[in-house]
Design a protein. Structure first.
Length: 231
């Protein structure tokens, strides 16, 4: 039996990863990170996501010490304002509050102090890591602390990390999953994140073949098709 067969498996041409009814990763709260700049932009982004099929948009602004000056309470207040404005404008999406927690040496302690924002019936805690070559030191400690407290760790845009796409990536994925971590990937937009195309695409194809894509996000930062934070 070719145990590595899944690794070589190519997806059918034209395969993509579309948004699901719940967009689990977005930067639509205005003025708190590198996402939306103002309320008008936020409403345009939410209309765009509704048009792409989102019924629920989870607002996952950065909780990233020393980079963005956010706290769970600050995000709760900004979220309440956006939720009110969204309903008043008649945009047909439901909003939920989460956050994109940055994995640094302090994250485990912030979790222990309840400085986090979880969402959904899964009690997902979305977190991102650096994208470099080496497995982040506190990764498995953070996963353990979350699981011990009844949360489900949700690793953000797993296709981005060199340390997961490298030769040891499959084993690390298996270890993460058996420790209770779930995987979020960003949706396919144009030529970005097309399964099978390029290094990321090859990795996404492997995740698909293993049925390891748990959630999909737009990671939208701007009201543009690709939503990147540079426009
Ligand atoms: Fe993000």
């Amino acid at each position: 039996m070719d145990v590595f067969g899944w690794f070589k498996k190519r997806p059918a041409a034209g395969q993509s990863i579309p948004l699901r009814p719940r967009d689990c990763h977005s930067h639509v709260i205005p003025g708190v990170d590198d996402g939306s700049r103002d309320l008008e932009m936020s409403l345009a982004m939410l209309r765009l996501l509704a048009g792409a099929g989102a019924q629920t948009v989870v607002c996952t602004s950065h909780l990233y010490p020393a980079k963005y000056d956010n706290t769970p309470d600050r995000l709760r207040a900004a979220f309440a304002q956006l939720e009110h404005a969204t309903a008043a404008a008649g945009v047909g999406v439901t909003l939920e509050l989460g956050a994109e927690h940055f994995l640094d040496d302090g994250l485990a302690d912030r979790i222990r102090r309840d400085e986090l924002l979880a969402f959904g019936p899964e009690r997902y805690v979305l977190f991102e890591a650096h994208t470099g070559e080496h497995v982040p030191g506190p990764l498995f400690e953070v996963v353990r602390v979350l699981v011990e407290r009844g949360y489900t760790p949700l690793l953000a845009h797993v296709e981005r990390y060199h340390w997961l796409r490298g030769p040891d990536g499959d084993e690390i994925c298996e270890d993460l999953r058996s420790a209770g971590t779930r995987f979020q990937v960003n949706r396919t937009v144009g030529k970005t994140n097309v399964p099978g195309e390029g290094t990321r695409g090859q990795f996404l194809a492997r995740l698909l073949a293993r049925n390891w894509i748990d959630e999909v996000g737009s990671d939208l930062h701007r009201p543009t098709p690709d939503g990147r934070p540079f426009a």
